[in-house]
Each structure stands twice: as structure tokens, then as C-alpha cells.
Write a protein that binds this ligand. Structure first.
Ligand SMILES: C[S@@+](CC[C@H](N)C(=O)[O-])C[C@H]1O[C@@H](n2cnc3c(N)ncnc32)[C@H](O)[C@@H]1O
Ligand code: SF4
Length: 365
């Protein structure tokens, strides 16, 4: 039986959908979350027959959606299905409006040792535009309360390249971010996802995309300020203090195995990649029949595994990548175009590769 060391658990509920977000999440109700947790627990039991979950996990990640909407009791029931100790990195994504000091304390007591707080911006105007349910003060308060109850590994999630955001607006967000001194932060450039309110407003001409040049200046500003504040820029959008890289997310970028559980979750075990259904009814119906609630499944050939490895590994900065002999020509072309640099028999991404990552990576798709 293949062993599982890293687990992702998707909690597909939110209090309200943010205007830019297309993650699989729905409005929460007490009934729906109760039912969901029961089926999630059944899904875990099914996987226990397929894979060996009997060892201490390296990482467990509650993502969403808004996992911080769950009751502590529910989180406890899920965690009870796994083996973990104080060395296991256990992360929960937290929306500031959904927790208080008591809940944070209870997380700590459960063994959760890493928080990823969704801040997005410290500017009220942008928080409202994004459709967030919290204000900046609440985000800062939750961060401080988490410190008070003893969390020593906190990540903050921000976004940039927001509609009408100026370089100065971003600079102010970064200033506030660095004042808080989190161990880790992620900052993603806004993606205009189809089906979101933002996308509708973009098509209607009510919102405008940021010019490429300004977006590049913003990204450079983030990199520069992060360096000044002694953060290691270790992945395209992720920054950490020494020894605080996200262990769980690094599994993805290293193309290593993880079990994905819950609605719409993806997983990669052995040479098998899969994605669960995004439909609640289907999720329940399939599990009822003691089957895995899959929507997609592929068994990867060695070539496909390498392909994924390139796509994911290039996200890790300064990672030395060894091409297969049949890919050498492509790598040399990337050197010629300035996206890659040759170091011994390996290749690392240049600043141009980083700045124009999407153009660069499209050569490998
Ligand atoms: C799925 S959310 C989970 C966090 C939690 N639900 C919250 O928002 O507070 C993970 C992160 O993805 C980022 N994100 C979501 N939609 C995005 C988009 N359209 N473009 C860029 N980043 C996005 C946000 O920074 C968000 O915090
Ligand atoms: S950004 Fe987070 S809180 Fe907002 S809708 Fe998406 S998952 Fe929910």
C-alpha cells in the first residue's frame, strides 16, 4: 500500500462569495456543513483501504473556501482520523471575520500550528471593492490575537494589481504587512476569473485591468521591499523568513505526492493524479456507494510526470533543473531568449523568466 504523508482537505463554504474568487465554495448553512463533514469522514475511511494513512503526517492543510467557518468540534473529528505530532505542519486558512481569540486558542489546543490569514489588502476601499466581509482593523486584530494565544507560524495572504490600485497604494499595504512581521506571506496578482463579479464588470467596462507595465513595477516593488525586510523570495508569489517556507505547498511545487480530500480537491499519489467532483449531490451520491468521488483521474506516463515536474519546479526560485536529453534543445532556446541560465549541467530561471513567467512557462505546456 502506498503511504501518505501530506494531506489537503477542502472546505467548500464561505459566508459570502468575494467578487474576484472562483474557488469551489458555497454559502454555508449549519445543515450543509454537518452533512458535508459526515461524508468527508466517510471519504477518509474509504482512502484508508486504498492507501496507508497510518504514519505521522508531514503536513495537513485545511483549505477552502473558508475552513475557519467550521466548528472546532468538526475540525477535531477530521484530525482524529490522522496521526500527527507537534512536528506535523498543520495549517488552516482563516478569514478574519470568522474567528475570535477563543477559537484561535482552540485551534492551538487541537495541534494546528500554522495560520494562513486572508487579508488581501489593508486598504478599506479595496477591501470593499473585493467584496471582503472584514475590514483592515479586524484582520490586524485577528493577527495580534493569534500571536497572543501563541501562534509562531503565521502567513498572510494579499493580492496586488487590483483595479485602479496605484504603486503608492501597494506600498502602503506592504508597509503595514512588514510592520506585522509575519513569518510568511503570499501575494498574488489578481486573476480575472470567468464567472466572477469582477469578470462581469470587466466585460461591462466598469472595471479595468492593470497595464502590464504597472503590474511589472508592482511585482518589482514587492520583491525589493521583501528583500529589504529580509524575506526569502522562494516561489513566484511566496515569501518567508528563514525556516518558514510552507512545507505543504512546497510538496506541490516539488511535484511530490499528497492526498486531496473533499469537494473539488485534487490529489497526486504514486503516478495517479485525480480531481474530485465539484458537485455536492454527486459527491454525496458516489461516497454513498463506497466509491471515490472522482471527476477526473489520470495515470501519468514517465514523460507526463517530467512535464508536470518542469511546470511546477520552475515556480521554485533558484531551483536547479536537469532536463531530459530530449528536452535539451528547448532548454537551450530558453537560455538564448534569456529566460534560463545554465549552471553546471542544470538550468535555473533568470529574472526575465520570473518577470515573464507565464510567457516563459507556456514553452513547456
Ligand atoms: C481560496 S483563498 C482562501 C483564503 C480564505 N478563503 C480567505 O479568502 O480569506 C486563497 C487565496 O487565494 C487568493 N486568490 C483568490 N482568488 C484570486 C484571484 N482571482 N486572483 C488572485 N488571487 C486570488 C487570495 O489571496 C486568497 O486569500
Ligand atoms: S477569497 Fe476566500 S473568502 Fe473569498 S470567496 Fe474565495 S475562498 Fe471564500
Amino acid at each position: 500500500m502506498l503511504r501518505v504523508y501530506n494531506t489537503y482537505i477542502h472546505i467548500p463554504f464561505c459566508e459570502k462569495k468575494c467578487n474576484y474568487c472562483d474557488f469551489t465554495s458555497f454559502k454555508i448553512s449549519e445543515d450543509s456543513s454537518k452533512k458535508y463533514i459526515n461524508y468527508l469522514l466517510k471519504e477518509i475511511e474509504l482512502y484508508k483501504k486504498k492507501y496507508d494513512l497510518g504514519q505521522i503526517q508531514d503536513s495537513i492543510y485545511f483549505g477552502g473556501g473558508t475552513p475557519s467557518l467550521l466548528s472546532v468540534e468538526d475540525l477535531k473529528k477530521i484530525l482524529a482520523k490522522f496521526y500527527y505530532d507537534e512536528k506535523t505542519e498543520i495549517t488552516i486558512e482563516v478569514n478574519p471575520k470568522t474567528v475570535d481569540k477563543n477559537k484561535l486558542k482552540a485551534y492551538k489546543e487541537l495541534g494546528i500550528n500554522r495560520l494562513s490569514i486572508g487579508v488581501q489588502s489593508f486598504n478599506e476601499k479595496f477591501l470593499q471593492l473585493l467584496g471582503r466581509i472584514h475590514n483592515s482593523e479586524e484582520a490586524i486584530r485577528v493577527y495580534e490575537e493569534a500571536r497572543e494565544v501563541g501562534f509562531k507560524n503565521i502567513s498572510l495572504d494579499l493580492m496586488f494589481s487590483l483595479p485602479n490600485q496605484s504603486l503608492k497604494n501597494l506600498e502602503n499595504d506592504l508597509e503595514q504587512l512588514f510592520k506585522l512581521k509575519p513569518e510568511h506571506f503570499s501575494i498574488y496578482s489578481l486573476i480575472w476569473e470567468e464567472g466572477t463579479n469582477f469578470y462581469r464588470d470587466l466585460l461591462a467596462g466598469k472595471l479595468k485591468e492593470t497595464e502590464n507595465e504597472l503590474e511589472a513595477q508592482m511585482y518589482e516593488l514587492i520583491i525589493e521591499k521583501a528583500k529589504e525586510n529580509e524575506y526569502d523570495h522562494y516561489e513566484i508569489s511566496n515569501f518567508s523568513k528563514k525556516n518558514f517556507k510552507s512545507r505543504h505547498n512546497t510538496i506541490y511545487w516539488e511535484n511530490k505526492n499528497y492526498l486531496g480530500l473533499g469537494l473539488a480537491a485534487a490529489g497526486y499519489i504514486g503516478n495517479r493524479r485525480y480531481k474530485n467532483t465539484e458537485n455536492f449531490l454527486e459527491y454525496y451520491k458516489i461516497i454513498e456507494k463506497n466509491k471515490f468521488p472522482l471527476a477526473e483521474e489520470e495515470i501519468l506516463s514517465p514523460e507526463e510526470i517530467k512535464q508536470y515536474e518542469y511546470l511546477l519546479n520552475f515556480r521554485i526560485l533558484n531551483k536547479k533543473i536537469k532536463p531530459r536529453s530530449e528536452d535539451l534543445e528547448k532548454f537551450e532556446k530558453m537560455v538564448f531568449e534569456g529566460y534560463l541560465q545554465k549552471v553546471d549541467n542544470s538550468y535555473i530561471m533568470t529574472k526575465k523568466g520570473l518577470m515573464f513567467f507565464n510567457d516563459f512557462i507556456s514553452n513547456f505546456v
